[in-house]
Design a protein around this ligand. Structure first.
Ligand code: HEC
Length: 144
């Protein structure tokens, strides 16, 4: 099929723009902000994913609902490290029994600890208004 030269040029231009756009998006690290997990926490995240913890637990409300939300389990619920580590292998009630070794338990704990530092869930100062906007209490609404 023969395409007129100008169409080929437009196509190449669009491809070039698309490539640069993708390059910028996938190499830009500024959006990560303060949330950058340490190597140990990344190992913990892998265990979290491999063992489907989020099929029962939520982080920031996302995940399954059989178990509790673990966003702030490290601090907010006042669980100590010993408690959390033993919980991983406990098999208590609907929580399955896992067989993590000490290194793995420490990695999972580090993951939960660093997730905990990223914010609070639910954010008790935030109120969802009737029109769907989120307002932080004691502050003026941002969308007037
Ligand atoms: C089949 C569902 C299920 C899966 C999968 C699961 N959990 Fe749980 N988990 C629960 C339930 C239910 C509880 C609450 C147990 C209770 O105290 O009755 C719980 C409790 C916990 C607690 C204690 C929370 C607290 O505040 O007491 C931690 C920590 C935890 N799970 C971590 C994990 C991790 C890490 C994984 C993955 C390796 C995991 N869970 C996988 C169901 C699950």
């Amino acid at each position: 099929m023969f395409l007129p030269r100008k169409y080929v040029l437009i196509l190449l231009l669009l491809l070039a723009l698309f490539s640069s756009y993708n390059y910028i998006i996938y190499t830009d690290t500024s959006a990560y902000g303060a949330v950058r997990l340490s190597g140990k926490a990344v190992q913990g995240e892998k265990l979290w994913l491999q063992n489907n913890c989020n099929s029962c637990h939520q982080i920031y409300g996302l995940g399954g609902y059989l178990g509790p939300d673990l966003t702030n389990v490290y601090s907010f619920r006042k669980r100590d490290e010993k408690y959390l580590k033993s919980m991983f292998n406990s098999g208590i009630n609907a929580m399955p029994e896992f067989d993590f070794n000490e290194t793995e338990k420490a990695e999972l704990l580090q993951f939960l600890k660093e997730i905990d530092q990223t914010g609070k869930y639910p954010n008790t100062e935030a109120v969802i208004e009737a029109d769907g906007w989120v307002k932080i209490q004691n502050q003026n609404s941002t969308h007037e």
